[in-house]
Design a protein around this ligand. Structure first.
Ligand code: NDP
Length: 295
């Protein structure tokens, strides 16, 4: 029997816990706020930002939304970030990526106050994660770790294979999986587009995390029976003349082999959103010196 790991259910529990943190903070006169900044005309980015605002509303976090014209000079975005960094009503600042070509994404990430960097992309937060002393864990990798825990999969001593080495998924999830502490201690291999024989690695894995952005390219024949499969991919493809979402894993063939698997949609995606709320109440608690009962 393959266990289908229900990201929606796990995320709902986290959101409930976050709402409890909001209540505790309110009892101390602290009202967490998440600022989302959009500098893009891309409909997908607009959708992501509005979903994040809706999530905030649902758990009682104040949502602050700022739009910067996509043609505006980068300095306008920097000024917006500086203002949010200085605003006491803002616990977390999230700048929706990608940004227009004329804006240096790295500079934007560096500009956000690390104490309000709820995406955990700032070099200080990346460094702390690597050093095993994280302030915030980045949302998608943290969500993956929590999904594994919910499915009673302890990575300790296991072979974990991460496919993808991006700054937002591959590298940080590898760090969490091999790091010391709960949800870590796996022997971890990171594969990428130059890996010579990907299937050789995935076949000896106990846990595969697929984050390559290539639709359905991890297939059942690349897995050994009993592997736990976490599919991070979100790819929009045309099927029978209709647009549909698929992951980086070919679900049907992989599910035949896997002992547990995350579906797309309904796996990692909802966890990413939930962990953003988690980081926002954590930021508010740290800033105010209030101990919040993080879920
Ligand atoms: P990137 O494009 O930044 O990175 C993809 C990585 O996969 C790169 O390291 C690349 O290697 C590697 N790769 C590409 N093709 C292959 C291949 N054929 N074999 C092995 N490795 C390969 O993507 P992201 O990390 O940002 O995202 C990955 C996927 O996860 C996407 O589908 C994205 O939409 C999704 N995503 C989902 C989230 C969620 O909440 N569920 C959140 C974030 C992302 P190289 O470095 O050599 O180029």
């Amino acid at each position: 029997m393959t266990d289908v790991i229900d990201g929606n259910a796990v995320a709902a529990e986290i959101r409930e816990g976050v709402a409890g943190c909001v209540d505790v903070l309110a009892g101390e006169g602290v009202y967490p706020g998440l600022a989302t900044v959009l500098m893009s005309d891309d409909p997908a980015s607009e959708t992501y930002v509005s979903m994040k605002q809706r999530d905030c509303e649902e758990v009682g976090i104040d949502g602050i939304h700022v739009e910067v014209d996509s043609d505006a000079p980068a300095s306008e975005l920097y000024g917006t970030i500086d203002g949010l960094n200085d605003d006491d009503a803002v616990s977390g600042v999230l700048v929706q990526l990608p940004l227009p070509d004329h804006v240096d994404e790295r500079e934007v990430v560096r500009r956000i106050d690390p104490a309000k960097d709820v995406d955990a992309f700032h070099p200080e937060n990346v460094g702390r994660l690597v050093a095993g002393d994280s302030r915030f864990k980045p949302c998608t990798p943290h969500g993956i770790q929590r999904l594994l825990a919910a499915a009673a999969v302890d990575p300790e001593g296991k072979e974990a294979v991460v496919v993808g080495r991006s700054d937002i998924v591959g590298k940080p999830i590898a760090n969490l999986l091999f790091g010391r502490g709960e949800g870590g201690n796996a022997t971890t291999t990171v594969c990428h587009s130059r890996t010579a024989d990907l299937a050789e690695h995935t076949r000896r894995a106990d846990v595969v995390v697929a984050a390559a952005g290539v639709p359905e390219f991890i297939t059942g024949d690349m897995l050994t029976a009993g592997t736990v499969v976490v599919d991070v991919g979100i790819n929009r493809v045309e099927r029978d003349g209709e647009s549909t979402l698929v992951g980086d894993v070919e679900y049907d063939s992989a599910a035949e082999k896997a002992s547990a698997i995350t579906p797309v949609p309904g796996g990692v995606g909802p966890m990413t959103r939930a962990m953003l709320l988690y980081n926002t109440v954590k930021a508010a608690g740290l800033e105010a010196g209030v101990d919040v009962p993080l879920p």
